[in-house]
Design a binder for this molecule. Structure first.
Ligand code: GGG
Length: 356
């Protein structure tokens, strides 16, 4: 008998509810791994704001080298009161995404059966799209600085960086994804009326990509009206391609119209597979509910499903997604953000017991 494939996954629970939802995601992945004949070995790293308080660093100097040869990374949440948010993000999440060249952040938005959208009259057939966020450049940039700090003349300058290489490859990723979906449509998020250099360039590269994918239909909207369309016409969208900042904002708004950010998954993908990809729920560390055992584990479990798909186990991933959806049918299996009464453990148990 051939040996079972074994995957080494680096887990970084991180901060706040990350520590509560990642163990739930691990249990769910293990449950399907048995049925699908592969094994998962977890290496846990305590990189977090707590570690920062003890050592002055979110992760050790050689942190990237320590996770570079894993098959994937499973991350919880980053950020906690006491450490400035830009310090925690630039000390952990952003270096991981950049140094492992995870340039495509894929964030599905789907209204699952059993969940009520806050939008009146909208059902699962109306909300099913994917936000593809450029993940390693754009508005998230270290270029800039402060001058005349602490004086009346103080000024802060922040440069956005959009390269042809970076924009073209995220466009190709988004169009490639759309080409394999039934609706074959890509919407670009822009702001080329106000942002006078980078966004007209983004639009130009979007048009160039559209020519390479004649089977895919396109639309583009300025980000301001696009947010309104997310609420008023979520059924217009299939794949939405956006810069780093716009994609971050849209991928919180999207899950909100699909019922809760607590269920939203994300994959930070290195498409050429020269580095491990990283899977994380979209939500943050939620300090207001951390430590109470009431966080929604679905975002982490669904991110685990995306990881299994990436590792080459689409059937296992599909089983998990179906189990998530069927578990959400009963209010007793849903956490409070979804109007239910379950705690994290009960919500996990419901997913596990919905597996075949
Ligand atoms: N699990 C995702 C997380 O912790 N996100 C924190 C956050 O603020 N991220 C900002 C970003 O993704 O750009």
């Amino acid at each position: 008998m051939p040996p079972k494939p074994t995957y080494r996954i680096a887990t970084i629970p991180g901060d706040g509810i990350g520590k509560e939802v990642i163990p739930a995601g691990q249990r769910a992945v293990e449950a399907v791994s048995k049925r699908h004949g592969f094994e998962v070995v977890w290496d846990e790293f305590d990189w977090s704001c707590e570690r920062f308080a003890e050592t002055g660093r979110m992760m050790p100097h050689d942190g990237i080298a320590r996770v570079r040869s894993h098959d994937a990374i499973f991350l919880g949440a980053v950020g906690f009161p006491g450490v400035p948010d830009h310090v925690s993000l630039w000390g952990l999440l952003i270096p991981l995404r950049r140094e492992l060249d995870q340039y495509a952040n894929v964030r599905p938005v789907k209204l699952l059966r059993g969940i009520r959208s806050p939008l009146q009259g909208r059902g699962p057939e109306d909300i099913d799209f994917v936000v593809v966020r450029e993940n390693v450049e754009g508005e998230y940039s270290e270029v800039g600085g402060r001058v005349y700090a602490g004086t009346e003349r103080e000024a802060a300058v922040q440069e956005a960086v959009f390269t042809r290489h970076g924009v073209d490859r995220i466009m190709d990723f988004a169009f490639g994804l759309a080409q394999n979906r039934s609706r074959r449509h890509v919407t670009s998020a822009t702001k080329s009326n106000g942002i006078v250099h980078t966004m007209p360039f983004w639009d130009e590269r979007f048009r160039a990509a559209a020519e390479r994918y004649p089977a895919v239909e396109t639309s583009q909207y300025h980000i301001d009206i696009l947010t309104a369309h997310f609420v008023l016409h979520p059924d217009w969208f299939d794949v939405v391609v956006a810069s780093n900042l716009f994609g971050d904002i849209l991928s919180d708004l999207g899950p909100a119209v699909a019922g809760s950010i607590g269920i939203a998954p994300a994959a930070n993908i290195n498409p050429d597979r020269s580095f491990p990809s990283m899977f994380e729920p979209v939500h943050g560390s939620a300090p207001d509910i951390a430590g109470r055992g009431v966080a929604n584990p679905v975002g982490a479990i669904w991110s685990g499903a995306m990881m299994l798909e990436h590792l080459g186990h689409p059937e296992a991933a599909q089983e998990l997604e179906v189990a998530i959806e069927s578990s959400l049918g009963s209010p007793r299996s849903r956490t409070r953000d979804l109007g239910g009464s379950a705690d994290t453990k009960a919500a996990l148990r419901a997913v596990l017991s919905a597996l075949p």
